[in-house]
Design a protein around this ligand. Sequence first.
Ligand code: COA
Ligand code: MG
Length: 291
Amino acid sequence: MRSFLFVPADSDKKLAKGASSGADALILDLEDAVALSNKEAARRGAADYLKSADRNGPKLCVRMNALDTPLWRDDLKAVAAHAPHAILIPKTISGDCVKKVAHALDLLEAEAGLRTDTIKLFCVATETAASMFNLGTYAGSSPRLFALTWGAEDLAAALAARDNRDETGAYTGPYQMARTLTLLGAVAAGVSPVDTIYKDFRDEAGLERETRAAARDGFTAKMAIHPAQIEIINRIFTPSEEDLAHARAVIDAFDKAGDVGVVALDGVMLDIPHLKQARALLARAAAAKTI
Ligand code: COA
Ligand code: MG
């Protein structure tokens, strides 16, 4: 999956629009895009959508409310029986949060007659100061876990920061650290690193730059808040024909050279890490076709 589009679950209009956005996955939001007075309407909206949507379309995820609210258990009860692809847990502190939600889902899946681990999990893992010290704790937390992502807005609020970007538009230290630790924590846990949203949804050039940087650094996907962002994200996370041809040439060069650790291609030294990168790119391209 390359793109995840947030859709506030209390908006019928946006829910209807999400299906045709081209996003690989939708995140039906019950959390911060929904006013407290509308939580119940959002749960109904998400449940109805899960029941009626074409399940051959985008994968359907639901963002629950955080574990420190009285809302999250009712969120899960409202949607679990309709088998969303995944639940996004916001404001996680550590891998223990994944275990807690996984346990609640074990019971709800059993009640609904669903196979255990049908519903996958992913986390917004950098939204509190304490979360930042635990990005290495997600490995082995649950077989349901398939991705980690990060958030710069809630972290800025938690730090009472005046802004999270500097005068050039670049994220300042704490948010760069959140991004980097999410990338490393996800890879260490064997799950997909997913880049955060770009909130200035009319700034296509800015989104393009940030998405290219994410793909360059190893993120496999990016979240979106507006349908206009999807084409850019999907395009950048789809390896180009040129990238694929280069990866094939690298593999070919090693195959032809036999049992060696280093080869030359077009005047450039290639060793085993380059072979691994080439294989990973082809595997990612193959996986992108099966979403
Ligand atoms: N999902 C589905 N449809 C969306 C959408 C989204 N996230 N964002 C906008 N649209 C729809 C609009 O309803 C509008 O539909 P229409 O053409 O039928 O009127 C169309 O796309 C164009 O929208 P636009 O007028 O450009 O933006 P807006 O002012 O209606 O909405 C936001 C701007 C930011 C409020 C909206 O994009 C949004 O709600 N995003 C998601 C926010 C969210 O979930 N945040 C939590 C995670 S950080
Ligand atoms: Mg948030």
